[in-house]
Design a protein around this ligand. Structure first.
Ligand code: SF4
Length: 303
């Protein structure tokens, strides 16, 4: 009998050890998977869970979100961070309604053409929602493949086309088995082969891992400086958005002036929110969340 493949080892481990997460429930649907993937891009699982449930309860379909305003999407996004994702997700819902009759498409080219859907997200939806065979490569998968196959301690800073090729070569030919393996690779990188403290003794591929075979100590991962938040434009943007999220109508500039004393930084943060489509000026002296009023901007029609 031949040795189990790398994907088989990881998939077997995954079937026994995968975390119980709502977007992995069988039959959860492509919309829920798309929402989860967007939320998980820059936010930890534990913070995504309540937001995911609230979002899907309010907007169980793309059509439901598309019928609501960008302002409500921003409000529901709350403090998940990087709120442009909320607006892009609504833009995406609008495009799904306009181009695909409200059903999340299953073709990779159509997924890639949706607003805010990139290489990773499109393949994740195609694999996890529709059981297709695509390399789904996030930071965790790149790290696992880099260590276990290439024998290097860590992957570089950005996903390259070569990462997709290297991961695809590991996938079983059967689409369903490939989709399972893709989920398994991600989980292994998230909970075992972590960046800073990989748990090699308990790893299902320790017997075939190129890094382990090299005899070197467990990789320590990149030294990452914690991101500063206090005093940054991100903090000021968050404070401005918090006021606008709570408001039931346009907010005078003087009210926004109270959230931060540095005029230059506050103005820069406010201008950035307007440029990013999160906030819109009303007349010359008031602001509100995008689309939060009777003169909502037209629905996007392009990709
Ligand atoms: Fe990562 Fe260690 Fe497993 Fe290799 S044996 S894949 S380095 S956790």
């Amino acid at each position: 009998m031949s040795e189990p493949t790398f994907a088989t080892l990881v998939s077997r481990w995954y079937e026994q050890n995968a975390r119980d997460l709502p977007w992995r429930v069988p039959g959860v649907g492509a919309w829920a998977i798309l929402v989860s993937e967007v939320m998980l891009q820059q936010t930890p699982v534990v913070r995504v869970l309540p937001a995911f449930h609230a979002w899907l309860t309010r907007w169980p379909t793309p059509a439901a979100l598309a019928a609501d305003t960008p302002a409500e999407a921003i409000r529901m996004w709350g403090r998940l961070g990087y709120p442009r994702r909320a607006v892009r997700l609504r833009d995406c819902a609008v495009a799904i309604v306009q181009r695909h009759g409200g059903a999340v498409p299953d073709r990779l080219d159509q997924l890639l053409a949706l607003p805010g859907v990139g290489t990773y997200t499109a393949r994740a939806v195609a694999a996890f929602a529709y059981g297709q065979r695509h390399p789904v490569v996030d930071t965790n998968v790149r790290r696992v493949v880099c260590r276990a196959i290439a024998g290097e301690p860590d992957a570089g800073p950005a996903t390259r086309p070569a990462d997709l090729v290297a991961t695809e070569e590991l996938l079983p030919s059967d689409p369903a088995a490939a989709a399972l393996a893709s989920a398994a690779f991600m989980e292994l990188g998230a909970v075992v082969c972590t960046a800073r403290s990989p748990r090699c003794p308990g790893c299902p591929v320790k017997s075939v891992c190129a890094w382990r075979a090299s005899g070197q100590a467990a990789p320590a991962g990149p030294t990452r400086r914690p991101q500063r938040y206090a005093g940054t434009d991100r903090q000021v943007r968050g404070l401005l958005l918090a006021v606008l999220r709570e408001a039931t109508g346009p907010v005078p500039r003087q009210r926004l002036d109270q959230v931060w004393t540095d005029d230059v930084q506050r103005s820069r943060a406010l201008a950035g929110l307007v440029t990013d489509g999160l906030v819109e000026p009303v007349g010359g002296a008031e602001f509100r969340l995008a689309g939060d009023g009777p003169t909502a901007p037209a629905l996007p029609t392009g990709g």
